[in-house]
Structure formats: structure tokens, C-alpha cells
Design a binder for this molecule. Structure first.
Ligand SMILES: [Fe+2]
Ligand SMILES: [Fe+2]
Length: 134
């Protein structure tokens, strides 16, 4: 299926960018950041707005609806995924605001939650979601 290709490819790209993001946060914590670190933080904010949020919206109106229709287990899984989307929308908003303000402390403060929740969300979608649609 065509949407499945974009689905997996977005996930793979975001996991790679998250690793880079975590590395940049480590530099920031160690006082080793350069002007390029902030260029990359801004690029990650652009990815959030232009790739990740549209990807979430697309899941909410397409694949999540399909999974919900498969039965109670599917509906529970989707409810959990939707709660994570809500939590992540809030974190994205905080992150983008912090990057715009070049607020290093705020970036550091939310970075591990953002990394942890987004990474595990993607892993759950990769490991469990496709099994509902077989
Ligand atoms: Fe999702
Ligand atoms: Fe996803």
C-alpha cells in the first residue's frame, strides 16, 4: 500500500533526526554548542511543523480510523496513540517556542521527554499497528 511506504519512511527519518537532536542537546548541556547547533534545532522545528504534525493529522484521519474499526483491542490502541499525539502536540509547541526564543534552558528541560515519548510512539506504531490491519 502506498500510504504504508510514507508511514515507514517518515518514521525512519524522524528516528534519525531524533538521534541528531539528542546529540545537539548533549552539546548544549556540555557548553559545546556552536551557531550550527541552533541552525539544526531550527531545522528540527521545521520538520515538526512540516512533516511530523501533518503525519500525525494524516494518521488521525486515516490509519487510526481503520485500526479503530477492527475491534476493542484496536480501539484501545488508537485511544492510547491519540493521547500520545496530544501530549506531543504540547511538547512540540513548547519546543518550537523555545527554539524561536533561543532559550537553551527550556530546550534542555523538555528534550528528554520529547525524545522519549516520540521515539516510543514511533516504535509502537512500527511494532504493533500493522498487526491490526492484517
Ligand atoms: Fe502517531
Ligand atoms: Fe506515525
Amino acid at each position: 500500500m502506498d500510504w504504508m511506504k510514507t508511514y515507514h519512511e517518515d518514521h525512519k527519518s524522524v528516528l534519525i533526526l531524533l538521534a541528531k537532536f539528542t546529540g545537539n542537546v548533549m552539546d548544549l548541556k556540555a557548553g559545546l554548542s556552536t551557531p550550527n547547533t541552533f541552525v539544526e534545532f531550527r531545522e528540527f522545528a521545521d520538520i515538526i511543523n512540516n512533516v511530523i504534525i501533518p503525519h500525525f493529522k494524516n494518521e488521525e484521519t486515516n490509519v487510526y480510523r481503520e485500526v479503530s474499526k477492527t475491534g476493542p483491542a484496536g480501539a484501545d490502541f488508537v485511544a492510547k496513540m491519540l493521547r500520545e499525539h496530544e501530549e506531543l502536540y504540547t511538547l512540540f509547541d513548547t519546543y518550537v517556542t523555545a527554539v524561536e526564543a533561543q532559550d537553551s534552558a527550556a530546550i534542555i528541560e523538555i528534550s528528554s521527554r520529547l525524545d522519549h515519548i516520540l521515539r516510543h510512539h514511533i516504535m509502537k506504531e512500527e511494532d504493533h499497528l500493522p498487526s491490526f490491519l492484517k
